[in-house]
Design a protein. Sequence first.
Length: 328
Amino acid sequence: MDTRPFLIFTLLFSTINIHSSHSELCHPQDKKVLLQIKQAFNNPYVLTSWDPQSDCCKWYFLKCDGTTHRINSLTISGGLSGEIPPQIGDLPYLQTLVLIKHENLRGPIPPTLTKLKNLTYLTISWTNVSGPVPQFLSQLKTLLSLDLSFNSLAGPVPHSLSQLPNLNSLHLERNKLTGPIPDSFGEFRGDDFYLYLSHNQLSGKIPASLGKKDFAAVDLSRNELEGDASFLFGTRKTTRGVDLSRNYLEFDLWKVEFPRSLRWLDLNHNKITGSIPVGLTELKLQKLNVSYNRLCGKIPVGGELQRFGYSAYFENWCLCGAPLVKSC
């Protein structure tokens, strides 16, 4: 009996199997961890593509590094519930971690994230994650951006976050944070820094140390802050936006020198006194609101100031001139 066809078939089948096994790019350890994460989330529908029989570099929400074939990005929007599993810390090559719009995601941020020594972008936003903003996040020295906005985080803002040497964007807005803004927040080293702490319950004075930092944008609105904030401005700065609205801030607006780069300024619902500086007419403002304060005097004419309309100026003590109806 001629056995050659059988041998040829056997060799061909073995070759196909060997080629198939070697064609999978995903690192086996990463694949194991991802399947553990899927199980920890109770095998949600959104992770259906995470099939153990397929290459995890081709699964949805993931990106593999083209050289090492290790998972370097995990971005999932919607569909997860339960707590963030600690196994996420076992993806050592992860550079981007984004969990956004998961209303049924709850519990604390796991400390195993400190094992992600290559992480540059961390976003956990629009969830019901609770507990404090963890102190241990200051161990993620490679972070460029930290976004924990729109959650249920409570307690103080950790001063240790200023120890992140490369951070240039911090979003903690729309949580339940209390206490003062840390004095150390004037020590952030990242250039073009964006600081967003709005819609919390922060109280006390804005630390004067923040005046040392040239922020790209600052949003401290809708808190319980008081006292001076004029040091956030200055002609030598390159700040593009400042929102201090709905606090209890008190300073003389007339004495403030604004950066020429300023494009939006919102100071409404405070206790700000003085009059509107003529220097604002020289700025290319796209947004301005100084309503509900204690301003007096004539609104300067020129630039963009009359374009913003009545609502940008009303409910002040004795402010007058266009676009207000009250003449001077």
